[in-house]
Design a protein around this ligand. Structure first.
Ligand SMILES: C[S@@+](CC[C@H](N)C(=O)[O-])C[C@H]1O[C@@H](n2cnc3c(N)ncnc32)[C@H](O)[C@@H]1O
Length: 323
């Protein structure tokens, strides 16, 4: 097979360029991901996780949305809980402009939202003195060159600010199932065999890096983070025959199926996306648990402290051990 300069099969773009799809073709993203029933299901599922989390914390006022895009989730939260304010960060000025328009159309006051055109990790030092209670980082880690380093930077920032984190990432397992449904067996195998593969995304010929959910749980565990929630997003909907998406009764059943399964131990890993809510036990407000004595804390900030890369089997064993 011919390979291009990024050592990808011909026809696939080098990663740096594919990630810039959010700058040069923002509508491809908003329409493909949020233009239909799957987008609605994603919002509904994440809302059902986040609203109770927020409501249980009356002091929670400030959300930082990292890689916010056009910020559908954060703006929905602000619409439903007007006491919240948000900071949106994204390298795509175009998507942040869409967020601004959407905010106005939802009647959310201009003063409730700040927008920063920037990216992770460069933006972190600029936010160190800002109050942040909850960080949303949804479907961003799959679009960066070094997802594992990105996760470590995120945990460092979570430790420094004491904020909780709502992390959503595309999963290798969900991807593999979807590839099988589409007959792309080579891609399914690639997804299933690797903890951070590089595979075609839903956005044309752009690549994405799904992550093995157990590998992510394992990294967070090693960094002494406490995982509060594990849930799948779009557990079955992407596997349904296309006709179901145009039929109200089938859509209602798929939504019920999602609610019935997405937080259950036997199903959450199957989501196209996985949602983890975590906090650092080294965070400003966090308390060191007895668990920490298991680790040499001087090594916890260093990505090198992790044995890498692990296989899906090894990461599964490590993660199930802490379930
Ligand atoms: C798949 S979109 C997700 C957008 C939004 N979080 C959502 O869930 O709808 C990925 C977003 O990550 C942004 N992004 C890519 N690299 C980033 C980085 N290093 N730091 C922050 N955002 C980044 C892109 O511009 C894009 O808006």
């Amino acid at each position: 097979m011919r390979r291009n300069r990024d050592n990808q099969p011909d026809g696939m773009l080098p990663f740096e360029e594919t990630s810039s799809v959010f700058k040069h073709d923002p509508e491809l993203f908003t329409q493909t991901i949020y233009g239909g029933a799957l987008g609605n299901l994603r919002i509904a599922s994440l809302l059902s996780d986040l609203l109770p989390w927020i409501d249980a914390r009356p002091d929670l006022t400030t959300i930082l949305d990292l890689g916010a895009g056009h910020a559908p989730m954060t703006l929905e939260l602000l619409k439903q809980r007007p006491n919240l304010r948000a900071i949106l960060v994204d390298p795509s000025a175009e998507l942040l402009r869409s967020a601004e328009e959407r905010q106005a159309s939802l009647g959310i006051p201009a003063a409730s939202v700040e927008r920063i055109v920037d990216s992770v990790p460069g933006v972190f030092p600029k936010l160190m003195r800002t109050r942040i209670d909850l960080i949303l980082c949804h479907a961003v880690v799959n679009w960066v060159d070094e997802p594992v380093s990105f996760l470590h930077d995120l945990v460092d920032f979570c430790e420094a600010t004491g904020a909780d984190v709502s992390l959503v990432f595309g999963s290798t397992i969900g991807k593999a199932l979807r590839f099988v449904r589409n007959g792309s067996l080579t891609e399914a195998l690639n997804s299933a065999q690797t903890v951070v593969p590089q595979v075609p995304s839903l956005l044309g010929d752009h690549q994405v890096r799904p992550l093995d959910p157990d590998y992510v749980a394992y990294i967070l565990h090693k960094r002494a983070c406490r995982l509060h929630l594990k849930a799948g997003v779009r557990v079955f909907a992407d596997l349904a025959p296309p006709g179901c998406m145009d039929n109200e009764h089938d859509l209602a059943k798929l939504a019920a199926l999602e609610r019935a399964t997405r937080r259950r131990r036997s199903y959450w890993r199957l989501g196209q996306l996985v949602h983890f809510v975590f906090s650092s036990q080294f965070g400003l407000q966090g308390e060191m648990s007895a668990q920490l004595s298991l680790f040499d804390s001087s090594q916890l900030s260093s990505p090198d402290a992790l044995p890498a890369p692990v296989t899906p089997e090894e990461s599964f064993e490590a993660a199930t051990a802490i379930e």
